[in-house]
Design a protein around this ligand. Structure first.
Ligand SMILES: [Zn+2]
Ligand SMILES: [Zn+2]
Length: 374
């Protein structure tokens, strides 16, 4: 046991009141005031770093997160793909939960609604200047949501999507589509927040308009593959993908009527024929990725590499799988989100997974951050 541990072991009050960062500072101050000999300076530098666990994984450290978004979209096209949230279930403070917007004629169609969705909308509007998102995200435009699957990390923003705009006087009821279970989920949220809706209705709004949501289940037996939505701007087709034990996770293919741009959003999952169909000759595919080379450093999936391979391959996209998707679909550009870029301690590279994908033959792939425009 080292000196500092022994010292803190005798000082229970200090241990309880100070978090590790401040505890280290306090101990350093005590040591500094105690003596200034070279021996004591050596003791300061010997303080071990805090233990790294799932909750402070190196992928979430400030130095490993670039936060300024880019505009990589073709300037001669008005249809754009905006990454609102590039994160995973990992509570990375620099990446909101999975969420995207396909923007056609200045109007947004949202795909997935992860943690922090409402904040992600505002943050993108503040940080991304490639197009005027303050107009795109006018309150009345926050209406259409397409869910790829019903994992919590892709849906936990729905209460904010449904009720946040209503607080600012939007009278637009929401329309939410997704795989079987979407209707149940949305109705449950509307019911669960009934006190909030009732209070606003009675307290300020005078109308329930804008506080509701119409949900639609996309039936894999009758609706797939096929068009599930159409308006003056877009046609949206849905395709069945594969992700864990879900019966029918979905990929969406947006075809813009104005400029013909095709944007596919794949959600989570490994290779599937449906994903290839969704991305067939598309301009952009938004898709997840997970490392193969560094899978042994994964912070979930099992206690050893064999278990991690077995479990994670049922859920996520390894480089060889994504190469196959690209080869068979001929999609032009790949926007990688939901990255599981595990790495050896001290070896984290923010672009490590993109480089691994490229090493495996995946071309024209971008490692996205929140607010990126494609
Ligand atoms: Zn996910
Ligand atoms: Zn998922």
């Amino acid at each position: 046991m080292g000196f500092i541990q022994r010292y803190l072991g005798r000082s229970n009050i200090m241990q309880k009141r100070l978090n590790p960062r401040f505890r280290k500072t306090a101990v350093t101050a005590i040591l500094s005031s105690w003596c200034l000999s070279s021996l004591c300076l050596a003791a300061q530098t010997a303080v071990p770093p805090p233990v790294v666990t799932w909750v402070n994984d190196q992928a979430t450290w400030p130095a490993n997160n670039q936060t300024a978004p880019s505009d990589i979209s073709p300037q001669d096209k008005t249809t754009k793909l905006l990454v609102l949230g590039s994160g995973t279930p990992m509570p990375n403070p620099y990446r909101f939960g999975p969420a995207s917007a396909v923007i056609v004629n200045g109007y947004p169609y949202f795909v997935d609604c992860g943690e922090g969705w409402f904040r992600a909308v505002n943050r993108a509007a503040v940080n991304q200047h490639g197009i005027d998102l303050t107009q795109v995200f006018a309150l009345g435009n926050l209406k259409y949501m397409f869910l790829t699957h019903l994992h919590e990390d892709h849906t936990v923003g729905l209460p904010s999507f449904i009720l946040g705009p209503y607080k600012y006087a939007s009278s637009t009821n929401k329309v939410i589509m997704g795989p079987p279970g979407t209707d149940h989920l949305v109705n449950g949220i509307v019911e669960a927040w009934s006190a909030d809706r009732q209070e606003q209705f009675e307290g300020m709004h005078g109308s329930p308009e804008g506080s509701g949501a119409n949900a639609g289940d996309i039936d894999p037996d009758h609706d797939l593959p096929g068009p599930v939505f159409e308006d003056a701007n877009v046609t949206v087709q849905a395709f069945k993908t594969e992700h864990g034990a879900f019966a029918s996770p979905l990929a969406y293919r947006f075809t813009a009527k104005s400029d013909g741009r095709v944007i596919a959003v794949g959600g989570d999952g490994h290779y599937s024929p449906g994903l290839v169909q969704a991305a067939k000759n598309a301009d952009v595919l938004v898709i997840e990725g997970v490392t193969w080379d560094n899978l042994k450093f994964a912070n979930w999936g099992g206690g050893n590499l064999d278990e991690k391979i077995k479990n994670i391959s049922r859920y996520h996209m390894f480089p060889a799988d994504l190469k196959r998707v690209q080869d068979e679909s001929h999609v032009k550009e790949i926007v990688m989100v939901h990255e599981q870029n595990f790495a050896a301690p001290g070896k984290y590279d923010p672009l490590g997974l993109q480089h691994e994908m490229e090493k495996n033959g995946v071309k024209n792939i971008h490692s996205a951050v929140d607010g990126d425009l494609f």
